[in-house]
Design a protein around this ligand. Structure first.
Ligand code: DAH
Length: 344
């Protein structure tokens, strides 16, 4: 029996020494020291021994057990340390490797233009007002001096949702909503940026959805010269200090008189393909707020006057950056968008 135990011990120690990882070591522990292991088996045979031999064998079994257990424990410490070493080696960071570049997005050109225009007008004391894109016929047309059946409604082909509800065709309804909130008391000085919708077929210069900025100033003694001076500042800040503006008579139902505003072309008047040889580029519509519009919004038109203007950011961006197709703004081609990054 003694020999059996000694063999068992040396066998176990050999295996422990050879164990390559913690799992293998644990298997050895279960195999040798577990309830069904050989050491337990030897213990079971103790009954057959004489009374003098029994305590001797008992002690030996304990020694063998302890030896194996100690060997396992030692090996376990070694293996655990090795596992940590391995993990650390795996996690080593090579600080000399070049870093991965952080990609910074570019602001969409329309957002950029909108914010530029907002900043410009905020600097002149305007506040930014907004209104709903799903608008009532009343605000989009009627309160802007465009009663039902008015032929000028055809200038803006409209997406109707119900006979009284539509996708706004311009940002002008925000003028009316803001004036109403003022309860007939001036001054009003706002710009209103936002999306607008028209039943147009998309092509290089048309889109069924685009963006506009509206401007409105109402107060006492507001004159056409105020409009002209304001737009002159706008044109010079937007396109360059050497640019001029010119006003051409036009028609909008909500303004009287109405004008179309041109900016001098960057060709300096020589004539080029952008200005089609005229030296001037049309950029926006404007005028003096029609007395009917003031009255319908609750303002006394004998006391108050005002000017208004409206422009499309797409058009401004196309002129400023030389973009030849409005669809570039909506197709999200990264090659187009990246050109507006301020980081590259
Ligand atoms: N709402 C007009 C349009 O979309 C643009 C416009 C013209 C706005 C004259 C105005 C204005 O405020 O006075 O075509």
């Amino acid at each position: 029996m003694e020999q059996q135990l000694n063999e068992l011990q040396s066998q176990a120690l050999e295996k422990i020494a050879a164990a390559a990882d913690l799992k293998e070591l644990n298997d050895i522990r279960v195999a040798y020291l577990g309830k069904k292991g050989p050491v337990t088996e030897v213990l079971k045979g103790m009954g057959k021994l004489s009374a003098e031999e029994r305590p001797k064998m008992g002690a030996l079994v304990n020694v063998v057990r302890e030896t194996i257990a100690n060997a396992i424990e030692e090996k376990q410490t070694v293996l655990e340390a090795a596992a940590i070493e391995q993990q650390l080696a795996l996690e080593t960071v090579d600080v000399t490797l070049p870093g991965s570049p952080v990609k910074i997005g570019a602001q969409h050109p329309l957002t950029r233009i909108t914010e530029e225009i907002e900043d410009l007008f905020i600097g002149m004391g305007y506040t930014v007002a907004e209104g709903p894109e799903v608008e009532q016929d009343y605000y989009n047309f009627e309160a802007l001096n465009l009663p039902k059946g008015h032929p000028a409604r055809d200038m803006q082909d409209t997406f109707y949702i119900t006979p009284e509800l539509l996708m706004r065709t311009h940002t002008s309804p925000v003028q009316v909503r803001t004036m109403q909130k003022h309860g007939g008391r001036g001054p009003v000085k706002i710009i209103c940026p936002g999306k607008v919708y028209r039943r147009d077929s998309d092509d290089a210069t048309h889109s069924h959805q685009f963006t506009q900025i509206e401007g409105l100033v109402v107060g006492e003694n507001i004159r056409m010269s105020d409009l002209k001076g304001t737009l002159d500042v706008f044109a010079k800040k937007m396109f360059g200090a050497d640019r001029e503006i010119r006003l051409r008579p036009s028609f909008f139902p909500f303004t009287e008189p109405s004008v179309e505003v041109d900016v001098s072309c960057m060709c300096g008047g020589k004539g080029c393909s952008i200005c089609k040889g005229t030296g001037w580029i049309e950029v926006l519509g404007a005028g003096m707020v029609h007395p009917n519009v003031l009255e319908m919004a609750g303002f006394d038109s004998t006391k108050y006057t005002g000017f208004a203007f409206g422009m499309g950011q797409e058009r401004i961006a196309m002129l400023k950056y030389g973009i030849d197709d409005i669809r570039h703004f909506y197709t999200n081609d990264l090659r187009f968008l990246k050109q507006f990054s301020v980081h590259e």
